[in-house]
Design a binder for this molecule. Sequence first.
Ligand SMILES: Cc1cc2nc3c(=O)[nH]c(=O)nc-3n(C[C@H](O)[C@H](O)[C@H](O)COP(=O)(O)O)c2cc1C
Length: 162
Amino acid sequence: MKRFLLLALLCAACMTSTNAKTLVAYFSATGTTRAAAQKIAKQQNARLWEIEPAEPYTAADLDWRNDNSRSSVEMKDPDERPAIRMCTDVTPYDTVYIGFPIWWGICPRIINSWIDNNLPQLEGKTLIPFATSGSSGIEEAEAYLRKTYPTLQWQKGSLRNR
Ligand SMILES: Cc1cc2nc3c(=O)[nH]c(=O)nc-3n(C[C@H](O)[C@H](O)[C@H](O)COP(=O)(O)O)c2cc1C
């Protein structure tokens, strides 16, 4: 009986602990996507991982009105791959949510850096994009990701604007 109780308690502990099979990886320049990612991680009982640039974005870097700002320059060049501060080990996860703010209709290039860094480990995993934006939808970003990484298993994404 004691052994049964111990087993039941252990099972309950496993069920309430973080779902080690799901990862919520996100980039957020000003905090909106971070809040959305935290919410998803809580709902899914998943691990949370912030994709941080080696060089943080300043307000001037994010000025989309300035053609020469860092974000404008990066988004004009499809091959741009901003460096990431720390690598992620995606191997333990089956499902990976990938979150980002919409920049010029699609994902910021740092998302490409992260995906490129984690290929081929992302192959075969279920990938679910999510985004926040001023007003744009996520459809263009989803189409871009599917086209750029056709061998990855993309699921329908969602916009997480409040
Ligand atoms: C460089 C840049 C480009 C952006 N481009 C778009 C866009 O094309 N469409 C849109 O609706 N919002 C755009 N936005 C607004 C962001 O997507 C929005 O504020 C987002 O929620 C910010 O998320 P964050 O706080 O996680 O960085 C842009 C913002 C920046 C800084």
